[in-house]
Design a protein around this ligand. Sequence first.
Ligand SMILES: [Zn+2]
Length: 115
Amino acid sequence: MHELGIVFSIIKQVDGVAREHNAASVKEVTLEIGEVSGVVPKYLSDCWKWAVDNRSEFMKGCELRIIPIMAKTYCESCEKTYETVKFGKICPYCKSEKTYLLTGNETYIKDIKVT
Ligand SMILES: [Zn+2]
């Protein structure tokens, strides 16, 4: 599963940060997940509960918070931005196809709470 790989890579990074700071444990991790990143937050949470208890001595019972990031696309023709999920690749203002994704494809760690 795609989500499990992401969870493992996040745990690895957080685990590394915890070691670096000599933390006793990690209480909470906040992730930002883009709407069109292909990550399903529900699957991610399901993998998380199992993975934190098994993969890191610092992270047993660590909570996961997910902040969704709205996907936005920029149109080169009319220089406007619009909601990607609603309109796709074609600009709703000028019907141009010269558009590219600005935000919404990312998955990253925003915050880590340690004790
Ligand atoms: Zn446009």
